[in-house]
Design a protein around this ligand. Structure first.
Ligand code: ATP
Length: 120
């Protein structure tokens, strides 16, 4: 049982490594997450704000992961051109974009007033 759980974790971490190795977007999102964490430390965000930032970062990176998994699967099932394959990839990419827009909104709401207080 424990052996199986350890193996499942190993596969999952292999998936994360694959995501970062093959997807420039995922690496960019991780870099952006690093910038957000440094900014959060510098600007003293509250516990609730950290929780919102953690969920936001997680949702963007996870969406990128689902998108990549769908791309792999689509390329396997439909290596040749097919309208449905295109729609699948477009919708998956759109879902990532939605989370990215939401993340920008969260960033503005949390960091905007703190930056304004310093600058203005
Ligand atoms: N098999 C296919 N049939 C039809 N359209 C496809 C197919 N593969 C890709 N496309 C179209 O080309 C677009 C780009 O596909 P691609 O596989 O390069 O995805 P991508 O989002 O650029 O991936 P990556 O993150 O690897 O750069 C898709 O969003 C889709 O509109």
């Amino acid at each position: 049982m424990l052996k199986k759980n350890v193996a499942s974790f190993r596969y999952a971490f292999h998936g994360i490594a694959l995501l970062l190795k093959t997807q420039a977007n995922a690496r960019f999102h991780l870099l952006a997450a690093g910038v957000v964490i440094v900014a959060g430390l510098y600007l003293n965000v509250s516990t609730l704000e950290w929780a919102i930032l953690a969920l936001t970062i997680g949702s963007v990176v996870a969406a990128e992961g689902f998108n990549t998994a769908l791309e792999f699967l689509t390329d396997l099932v439909s290596p040749d051109y097919h309208e449905l394959a295109g729609k699948t990839k477009d919708v998956a990419a759109g879902a990532v974009l939605i989370t990215a827009f939401a993340a920008i909104g969260v960033g503005i709401l949390i960091f905007g007033p703190k930056i304004a207080a310093i600058v203005l």
